[in-house]
Design a binder for this molecule. Structure first.
Ligand code: T3D
Length: 270
């Protein structure tokens, strides 16, 4: 990660809040006055928090959400890091790229709880998570074209894979607001729920995922991503190799034993 010294995620003035409930870690982007837009400090805090969670075997699910009325409005356009004539490529290389790759390779499932508008890099941060649950009042905006940029934070990779080229280009070129309900309808997100139900729905989903065989869930994400780059035979090879590995692991033995004994399984692999 970068060469600046931002706030540590545990610091009281950190732009990122962390809360634990059992095996579930919730990370809250916490700059509500500017719709939780990203500064380099926030990007770094998020990277560090994800990295720490990846190393902590007691974390079995991560939830990302935003404080106040927004999820995240993307890059803070008032940040000196993006002043006109500054090297935006440097910002992407040193802050967005490591954060996004860290997120996408987490050894546990990650849920985006989209509580309000998710714009620009904020939208693509949400879409890079494993499951996206959005409040009915939330929306997704590929805001980049409005300021003369292309989708970043993985958007060029994520969007066409999620909804196909036609929808992806429409969303990215026009930059229109996509309501959460429509995002669910076109398969861009997992679920849209009533605003009052978001916290409960996400809490229940996170607890459920945390009790599941983590390693199998994460290998499923990896296999889906890898299958984008291969043909059917390649995907079959990958499935075979994964099942061979997982078949020798604890969670498979436990899953089968629990099924045979008609009891709840206790999964522990990560
Ligand atoms: O150079 C680079 O940018 C490289 C990096 C690229 C990655 C990106 O993410 S590019 C895309 C950056 N994001 C945007 O372009 C979105 C900008 N924001 C908006 O379009 C709107 O704020 C929203 C559609 C997201 C929400 O609209 P609305 O009407 O609900 O809220 P608002 O009144 O516009 O915003 C509330 C406050 O947040 C306001 O401040 P104020 O007037 O109360 O003092 C507004 O300036 C501030 N705010 C919102 N988004 C940003 C922001 N401040 C800085 N950066 C923002 N992105």
């Amino acid at each position: 990660m970068p060469d600046v010294t931002p706030e540590h995620p545990g610091h009281p003035e950190s732009p990122l809040r962390q809360e634990r409930a059992g095996a579930v870690l919730t990370l809250t982007l916490d700059r509500p006055a500017v719709l939780n837009s990203f500064t380099t400090d926030l990007l770094r805090a998020l990277f560090l928090a994800l990295d720490a969670a990846a190393e902590d075997a007691s974390v079995r699910c991560v939830v990302l959400t935003g404080a106040g009325r927004a999820f995240c409005a993307g890059q803070d356009l008032a940040d000196p890091a993006v002043a006109p004539q500054s090297d935006i490529g440097h910002l992407l290389a040193h802050f967005y790229r490591p954060m996004l790759l860290r997120l996408r390779s987490m050894p546990v499932p990650v849920i985006a709880a989209v509580n309000g508008v998710a714009a620009g890099a904020g939208a693509n941060l949400a879409l890079a998570c494993d499951l996206v649950v959005a409040a009915r009042s939330a929306s997704f905006i590929q805001a980049f074209s409005k300021i003369g940029l292309v989708p970043d934070c993985g958007g060029t990779w994520l969007l066409p894979r999620a909804v196909g080229r036609a929808k992806a280009l429409g969303l990215a070129m026009l930059g229109d607001r996509l309501p959460a309900q429509e995002a669910e309808r076109i398969g861009l997100i997992w679920r849209c729920v009533d605003d009052a139900e978001l916290a409960g729905e996400v809490g229940a989903l996170a607890a459920r995922l945390a009790a599941m065989p983590t390693r199998a869930l994460v290998e499923t994400r990896r296999a889906f991503d890898a299958a984008q780059q291969t043909d059917l035979a390649g995907a079959l090879d990958h499935e075979q190799a994964l099942q061979r590995e997982l078949g020798f692991a604890h969670d498979y033995q436990e899953g089968v034993a629990a099924f045979m004994a008609r009891r709840a399984p206790s999964f522990s692999d990560r």
